[in-house]
Design a protein around this ligand. Structure first.
Ligand SMILES: Nc1nc2c(c(=O)[nH]1)N=C([C@H](O)[C@@H](O)CO)CN2
Length: 118
């Protein structure tokens, strides 16, 4: 299976467990690897036969704007389910980083893999 990539996608959202985090927007940085077979699109040079990384990036920004989870785990799990359902993605790896959450770390976050990778 081939992979369509989206790397270091920055989105702003309400995210965090503490009271002071509930009234501000914070940045998350996402990496995605999305399984698909790119050969039909490549054979016909046709965007409609592959995963449109621009459309998916826009959907992620909208998802971030419309939700306000406490945990990055919840953000990752719900986003993965949404993308798989709406774009028919059989398998994905998603990393969600929260830069600045721990001052001593460049970023903290989670990586999940969901679905079947053929
Ligand atoms: N595993 C997690 N640990 C923590 C999270 C989280 O989402 N997942 N969140 C926080 C706070 O919101 C933190 O980011 C504020 O600086 C703490 N630990």
């Amino acid at each position: 299976m081939d992979l369509v990539l989206i790397e270091a996608l920055a989105v702003d959202t309400v995210i965090g467990v503490y009271d002071w985090e509930r009234s501000i927007q914070q940045r998350l940085v996402l990496d995605l690897a999305l399984a698909t077979d790119i050969r039909p699109a490549a054979a016909d040079d046709d965007l409609s036969q592959t995963l449109d990384y621009a459309a998916i990036s826009e959907r992620i920004a909208a998802f971030a704007a419309e939700h306000d989870f406490a945990l990055v785990e919840t953000f990752a799990e719900r986003l993965a389910a949404t993308l798989r359902r709406e774009f028919g993605i059989p398998w994905l790896r998603l990393t969600v980083r929260k830069p600045g959450a721990v001052p001593q770390a460049a970023a903290v976050g989670v990586t999940i893999e969901r679905g079947q990778r053929a």
